[in-house]
Design a protein around this ligand. Structure first.
Ligand SMILES: [Zn+2]
Length: 221
């Protein structure tokens, strides 16, 4: 025999508990991050391997641990893409070249290999990135492109040849990570020659910059 009064009492207790849970959930739900909506929020890009960028993220794009700054992020505002203007190379030799020019260390933050010194498409993380230190890759009158610009060097001379498909996939993957993490749009993605005051062909006439910017534009809309 069911005791209706007892059952009603239990239901009321149960409902009261549910209300409390509902209120807690409601207030948690008021946090800025929308639940169930994939947004390119920087906090999503804090773990390796997490899908963080809606749109045309390349297949197999995984964020390695070393892309994530170990300390507080610098106030990055733009990204500048370069070529090495050499047939081969990698972070180690470019570091030596840059030191030879009197710079403190490798001027770029990232170097994307072409299968010569490092594997095709392999993204080397420069010592500047680990320290979140300003770059030495793109001059400008106020030096803002070195102060706030992330320098990415794609190995190759793209006046003579084209970057490999693997390099471009790695570049898109890296850009996807960086643009989401620093909430950048396509207007903050440059190639070296686009920055005023730089008399350079970098990253070369065969580098598909317009295509890359179209991709970034579509991905960030
Ligand atoms: Zn350059």
């Amino acid at each position: 025999m069911i005791d209706i009064r007892k059952l009603r009492g239990e239901l009321e207790i149960g409902m009261g508990f549910k209300h409390i849970i509902f209120i807690i959930v409601f207030f948690i739900g008021c946090a800025p991050k929308p639940v169930g909506v994939q947004m390119p929020q920087p906090e999503l890009a804090t773990q390796p391997g997490i899908a963080f960028f809606p749109g045309s993220i390349p297949d197999g794009c995984v964020v390695p641990f070393e892309w994530i700054p170990p300390y507080t992020d610098h106030n990055w505002r733009m990204i500048v893409v370069h070529h090495s203007a050499s047939d081969k190379g990698g972070a180690k030799i470019f570091h030596e070249w840059h030191q030879g020019r009197g710079w403190d260390e490798l001027g770029y933050h990232f170097v994307i290999g072409n299968g010569t010194d490092t594997q095709d498409g392999y993204v080397e993380v420069g010592s500047r990135w680990l320290k979140q230190k300003r770059g030495a890759h793109t001059k400008s009158p106020d030096d803002s492109f070195n102060e706030y610009g992330i320098g990415i060097c794609v190995v190759g001379n793209f006046e003579n040849c084209k970057p490999t498909l693997v390099q471009m996939n790695s570049l898109r993957c890296l850009l996807a990570f960086l643009m989401a993490r620093y909430n950048m749009n396509v207007d903050q993605l440059y190639c070296h020659r686009e920055v005023k005051g730089n008399d350079t062909l970098c990253p070369g006439k065969n580098f598909p910059m317009a295509e890359l910017q179209d991709w970034a534009k579509c991905s960030r809309e």
